[in-house]
Design a protein around this ligand. Structure first.
Ligand code: BT5
Length: 256
């Protein structure tokens, strides 16, 4: 592995030949010890990757990055928990934008990373709360790197290789990703919430653009994303009037 040019994220890097899920492994580690903040668990062969609310993250062996970072963001006031999602999404966006320069790189709420209209990274943050404050967070990041063929069930995948037409050295990408996560985490820690909010909206996919949405019951409607609530809900201004707040899986962009 390459030397990490960071203060704490990735200084301890637990790389495994193969794991079911780096997030699950990190959970097990936290349950039996207190790994130092910034510990990274990584594998290039993740067999049972997890997405949000029971969905799956697929990754062809030896082609992609799948890793989890252990953080203790106990400095965050409870009403600012979603700020961690914003900081991590921005960090991963910075990482992708540094490597993919021909296309816009977006954050699709809450924290997918898109190149144009294609998903290149997924993020799964699992928090454990202690009296409302975040005792620990496991930040799981999957980046499609050298994979070029995806299962038909995945609607709109992309990868660094598909975007740039070249193969990447996986171990060399880890320090770069850790660097970006650390930079944004330190901004979060220094309390730059307004700054992070503004930057998140600047890169938010379909922000303020007329879009066809679909509710979980199948109903279709026109609206445009007007912002993110403090608790991280997606705010949509409906074309027929009014604004509504949506939780994860209550709404999707029609066709995705
Ligand atoms: C995510 O969930 O996108 C979060 C994925 C997090 C994966 C990382 S890898 C390291 C760590 N360890 C884990 O076990 N997980 C984390 P969600 O927004 O729910 O999206 C899941 C959906 O994305 C699936 O239902 C598929 O439609 C699609 N999908 C699955 N694999 C994909 C891939 N490789 N590329 C693009 N889309 C994918």
């Amino acid at each position: 592995m390459q030397q990490q040019n960071t203060l704490f994220i990735g200084k301890v890097l637990l790389h495994h030949e193969e794991l079911p899920s780096t997030n699950t492994y990190a959970q097990e580690l936290i349950a039996k010890s207190k790994p130092i903040e910034g510990t990274v668990i990584s594998t290039f062969r993740q067999a049972q990757g997890r997405g949000q609310v029971g969905s799956k993250w697929e990754s062809e062996p030896d082609k992609n990055l799948t890793l989890s970072v252990i953080l203790y963001p106990d400095f965050l006031p409870p009403q600012q928990n979603f700020a961690l999602n914003k900081a991590v999404a921005l960090a991963v966006r910075h990482f992708v934008a540094e490597l993919v320069q021909q296309q816009p790189v977006w954050i699709k709420w809450p924290n997918d990373i898109y190149v144009g209209t294609r998903k290149i990274c997924g993020i799964l943050i699992q928090n454990s709360l202690n009296r409302n404050t975040l005792a620990s967070s496991i930040v799981g990041i999957g980046v499609n790197v050298n994979q070029t063929i995806f299962s038909k069930d995945i609607p709109n995948p992309s990868s660094l290789q598909l975007e740039n037409g070249k193969e990447y050295d996986l171990p060399a990408l880890i320090p770069l990703l850790c660097h970006h996560v650390e930079a944004m985490y330190l901004r979060l820690k220094s309390g730059q919430f307004a700054n992070l909010d503004a930057e998140y909206l600047q890169h938010l996919y379909r922000y303020q653009q007329p879009t066809l949405f679909q509710r979980s019951n199948g109903e279709i409607f026109w609206g445009s994303i007007s912002g993110i609530s403090e608790m991280g809900k997606l705010l949509i201004r409906l074309e027929e009037g009014g604004e509504e707040a949506f939780e994860l899986k209550q709404v999707s962009i029609a066709g995705f």
